[in-house]
Design a protein around this ligand. Structure first.
Ligand code: TMP
Ligand code: ASP
Length: 252
């Protein structure tokens, strides 16, 4: 499919104009970054794996009635999506203490939380994506009160779906991050799920061994990132069986 001009280049994805107005081509790069790009590498196969994994999850969410930006996957690297106006917030849901939550409250990683906790962070790398309150969001006009309610509802629906999906393949959903966007259609405005959902934006632990199958493998130098992501894809049945843990040779 003919690609239009580049609209935006992020750390893990690049966006190009799509073939029709209101559409965008989302290209998944092999770049991995952590700690706001202080740590960087290029990891062969990561982009293709995240493209497949995000497609699988977005299609599943669409099937249970949650509107997403996903239209269809175009090839191993690219998917066609609806254009949205991204809300400048990262919405995090936590089921188990880990990462910045464990650090902030000095709670051991792996401690189950009494209920899912929804957090909002400002999407601003220069500031290190700081945690923000509803008060901040409303006062600074990053989202309306109605949108905050919608973001919570979307985040918790994604949590239920994703936790169940992962449970089915022996994986514990520790936490994840989503982004949403405003879609304008026939004079109406609504929030839909945008960006990606992949092991880049989730913490996924093997249920039996607690082995990490997500970007913490890269952040904490725990081994091969593509092995970890391939394992998730293999368990979900979206990788051909003969391309398992030794690293997929995914063709462009
Ligand atoms: P945290 O514990 O570092 O705050 O991360 C919480 C979740 O959000 C974890 O699943 C990783 C994900 N995340 C992103 O997707 N992007 C980010 O920039 C950060 C900081 C976290
Ligand atoms: N996404 C952020 C970065 O690329 C932080 C992270 O995922 O750890 O630096």
């Amino acid at each position: 499919m003919a690609r239009g001009k580049k609209i935006y280049e992020g750390k893990a994805k690049t966006l190009f104009e799509g073939p029709e107005p209101g559409t965008i081509i989302q290209y998944f790069k092999d770049d991995a970054t952590a700690f706001n790009a202080v740590k960087k590498d290029t990891i062969d196969g990561k982009g293709a794996l995240n493209n497949l994994l995000s497609e699988h999850i977005m299609v599943g969410l669409g099937n249970i009635g949650l509107p997403t930006h996903f239209i269809r996957r175009l090839n191993m690297r690219e998917q066609l999506i609806h254009q949205v106006e991204i809300v400048p917030l990262e919405i995090i849901v936590r089921n188990v203490a880990a990462g910045s939550f464990s650090k902030m409250f000095n709670i051991e990683e792996g401690t189950p939380l009494p209920r899912p906790i929804v957090e909002f962070c400002l999407k601003d790398d220069d500031l290190g994506d700081p945690l923000v309150s509803e008060e901040h969001i409303l006062a600074m006009n990053w989202a309306s009160s109605h949108e905050i309610d919608d973001m919570r509802e979307i985040a918790l629906r994604v949590n239920d779906f994703l936790a169940g999906l992962m449970f089915g393949i022996g994986i514990k959903l520790v936490d994840f991050k989503i982004e949403v966007g405003r879609q304008y259609e026939e004079g109406m405005q609504r929030l839909i799920l945008a960006d990606e959902i992949s092991p880049d934006s989730c913490r996924l632990w093997d249920m039996e061994t607690n082995q990490k199958l997500d970007k913490d493998v890269f952040r904490r130098d725990l081994g091969s990132l593509t092995d970890a992501y391939s394992e998730v894809a293999r368990r979900l049945g979206i990788l051909p069986k003969n391309t398992a843990a030794s690293g997929p040779k995914l063709v462009e």
